[in-house]
Design a protein around this ligand. Sequence first.
Ligand SMILES: *[C@@H]1O[C@H](CO)[C@@H](O)[C@H](O)[C@H]1NC(C)=O
Ligand SMILES: *[C@@H]1O[C@H](CO)[C@@H](O)[C@H](O)[C@H]1NC(C)=O
Ligand SMILES: *[C@@H]1O[C@H](CO)[C@@H](O)[C@H](O)[C@H]1NC(C)=O
Ligand SMILES: *[C@@H]1O[C@H](CO)[C@@H](O)[C@H](O)[C@H]1NC(C)=O
Ligand SMILES: *[C@@H]1O[C@H](CO)[C@@H](O)[C@H](O)[C@H]1NC(C)=O
Ligand SMILES: *[C@@H]1O[C@H](CO)[C@@H](O)[C@H](O)[C@H]1NC(C)=O
Ligand SMILES: *[C@@H]1O[C@H](CO)[C@@H](O)[C@H](O)[C@H]1NC(C)=O
Length: 846
Amino acid sequence: MAAAPVRFLPLLLPLLLPLLLLLVAAAADSGVTYDGRSLIISGRRRLLISTSIHYPRSVPAMWPKLVAEAKDGGADCIETYVFWNGHETAPGEYYFEDRFDLVRFAKVVKDAGLYLMLRIGPFVAAEWNFGGVPVWLHYIPGAVFRTNNEPFKSHMKSFTTKIVDMMKRERFFASQGGHIILAQIENEYGDTEQAYGADGKAYAMWAASMALAQNTGVPWIMCQQYDAPEHVINTCNSFYCDQFKTNSPTKPKIWTENWPGWFQTFGESNPHRPPEDVAFSVARFFQKGGSVQNYYVYHGGTNFGRTTGGPFITTSYDYDAPIDEYGLTRLPKWAHLRDLHKSIKLCEHSLLYGNLTSLSLGTKQEADVYTDHSGGCVAFLANIDPENDTVVTFRSRQYDLPAWSVSILPDCKNAVFNTAKVQSQTLMVDMVPETLQSTKPDRWSIFREKTGIWDKNDFIRNGFVDHINTTKDSTDYLWHTTSFNVDRSYPTNGNRELLSIDSKGHAVHAFLNNELIGSAYGNGSKSSFNVHMPIKLKPGKNEIALLSMTVGLQNAGPHYEWVGAGLTSVNISGMKNGSIDLSSNNWAYKIGLEGEHYGLFKPDQGNNQRWSPQSEPPKGQPLTWYKVNVDVPQGDDPVGIDMQSMGKGLAWLNGNAIGRYWPRTSSSDDRCTPSCNYRGPFNPSKCRTGCGKPTQRWYHVPRSWFHPSGNTLVVFEEQGGDPTKITFSRRVATKVCSFVSENYPSIDLESWDKSISDDGKDTAKVQLSCPKGKNISSVKFASFGDPSGTCRSYQQGRCHHPSSLSVVEKACLNINSCTVSLSDEGFGKDLCPGVAKTLAIEADCS
Ligand SMILES: *[C@@H]1O[C@H](CO)[C@@H](O)[C@H](O)[C@H]1NC(C)=O
Ligand SMILES: *[C@@H]1O[C@H](CO)[C@@H](O)[C@H](O)[C@H]1NC(C)=O
Ligand SMILES: *[C@@H]1O[C@H](CO)[C@@H](O)[C@H](O)[C@H]1NC(C)=O
Ligand SMILES: *[C@@H]1O[C@H](CO)[C@@H](O)[C@H](O)[C@H]1NC(C)=O
Ligand SMILES: *[C@@H]1O[C@H](CO)[C@@H](O)[C@H](O)[C@H]1NC(C)=O
Ligand SMILES: *[C@@H]1O[C@H](CO)[C@@H](O)[C@H](O)[C@H]1NC(C)=O
Ligand SMILES: *[C@@H]1O[C@H](CO)[C@@H](O)[C@H](O)[C@H]1NC(C)=O
């Protein structure tokens, strides 16, 4: 696959017209190639910025805008996994509609003029239910996932072939003149290979040759596959990949997953990765010879329906990504990275064709300098000190390098970008509530589930069964019921009796004699739990109904498909005369809910007789389905539904599955920080917010799911909540902030030309811009001097120009966007000579 680059091709084109067609045909045949430095596309080495956007995590109506935002952000390429269990719903039965319309998504990318990296997997992990593998495959006799196992390999091969053939039919592979430049087989298998012994290695090598035999004409990659064979490129997934080396000097250094944030877990606080650190990691990667870098994820989106992996991964897959869950660019992260990409692109030729010299500029400071034949010179200056800022001397000039930062010098002279100097404004977004608004008086209907077995039981068993083996994930819910007798003479002694439950996971609601007596669930990534609930027995027959639930199936780890879930032991203890072990009782089972059985969430079930109209819906009532007519929230801002008043359950709009909701609160002792120090190695527990608050309060409802009128919201509530307090909220940018210092680069990356630029030291500027249709309506804070703090909590320092506010108001008030230069002239005479000045502004948009 690694053919020699055809570098002279562009020069020949105008000269040798008759040969043109032949040459083009030859280039097309060879497709994308690579050498030890980079991919080679159309005969040219390329530096590529790639961005993950997973098609089923948004809706088709959002795709063009998301892809355009990625392109504006500097992306050359969109990356996506292919989601096997979304496509092969039963063996040989395929679904490629709506959110799963892979060809349509690929066309959106193509129409935007971007490349596509297709990570077929088809095991993907990805915080996706069962790691993307269809649950039915686990029940094919003899199937064992991700090892040298015939049933698994044969299904994996037919699905991979199916996808490759679809792409070939559309002529999407670069070798066919299309835009797919890379494909991936398997996923992070090298990290688990050992757990499968010799069969692991055999399977990995089989996967590689199966992929190569697909004849796509573009290179295959395997991420985290340390032993990838000769013609497959092993790539890196991590927060940092600058130190990564491929397993052969003939393979380029590719970073398939740079995590710009992290996923959320119900019941935990929310992780954030600072933009300074993301930029630092990317700059370091290109400084150290990297050539393709992909953000996993650039837009995370939403785990609609029951697609989320688990246990307990939230319905939101926001990921603190450069584009937020709702499709809005996240600032400053998105813009800071855009500026980084522009700066790196200014260096592309020298990086790819130049020779490298590495210099030490101090104990923790280093320069990597690339010089090429045409006289080009680029330098990356890094300060990898996790604490201290410094000034380094490079080619007899001085450069200010904050701790944990890289400066990019596309001409070995001017630092056009520093990863720690964030020039972009911060955009603050709020969820602005609206009422559900419908004016119809009879707008609510309810259906109450029976507690325990509805209709007839599915089977009776002495003792417990595995939950997943029983539901086969056709539903989250599995009822277990049993009963026992309490002697009339038994002293009901001050309620010291306890119902004790052991479960492998993930959650349970316990009912005694039709009353909800408690709920329990695993915590963090631990699905199992043990719980003791105080109960009040009655004389005679007592009935216990336990609703066991899954909350997203395991998505990774060796042998993950065998983890299982469900109850393992149930006792009544604390009784005067000992305890009752109910574990080996006769238990009656029922898979799923009655409302699910009738499809009450479907639009055509709106008039189902089981719905009973209510003027006021009941509150605090478990096991209740609610149906309500709702109006479309005004305007075109993205919409989230606020479920804070509810317990746990599922929600649908017009039959579209919004997903699991669960405003489970994170423990308040969790480590949250008011502000985040970007310096030093990042890990997901480092910069967290939302301690003591619901992990996820709002759930994305795509605009395209609303009709102009006649919208139906259906909610199934398990525990009890107040549905009258459910509201739609519009996601709206309400505020902009900026914090820029004099020593920030002041070069306009759009117009900068290194061949004509002198030392042009312009003054640094602040640029503020409200979203389209809004103006800067008030300036809440402005200080030119040495202010500190973060947006919404800036503070004046010792040096403050008294005219700060009036200068900013004059430049910015009542217009959509403005620029303020950090010159002393604008602000009056220099009140504090020798102090490097900063301008901090907080302003409202309306
Ligand atoms: C890079 O180094 C090699 C070996 O020293 C030399 O042959 C080549 O001309 C150099 N290339 C450039 C662009 O300086
Ligand atoms: C940062 O500087 C301080 C003061 O000079 C020093 O004590 C500390 O060790 C430095 N930190 C690192 C990581 O070098
Ligand atoms: C204790 O009393 C309860 C309630 O009458 C009865 O169901 C149970 O079997 C008794 N347990 C023992 C160990 O005798
Ligand atoms: C129930 O009792 C049995 C026997 O004492 C014990 O092994 C088991 O752990 C108990 N289960 C629970 C859920 O407490
Ligand atoms: C969940 O785990 C966290 C961290 O280990 C702990 O602080 C918290 O109290 C636990 N919460 C529950 C409900 O067990
Ligand atoms: C599920 O059923 C399979 C047989 O189909 C069995 O091998 C496996 O052990 C069961 N899993 C659990 C967790 O009980
Ligand atoms: C914003 O300002 C412009 C120009 O000053 C004005 O034409 C426009 O009506 C204003 N828009 C809003 C939403 O206030």
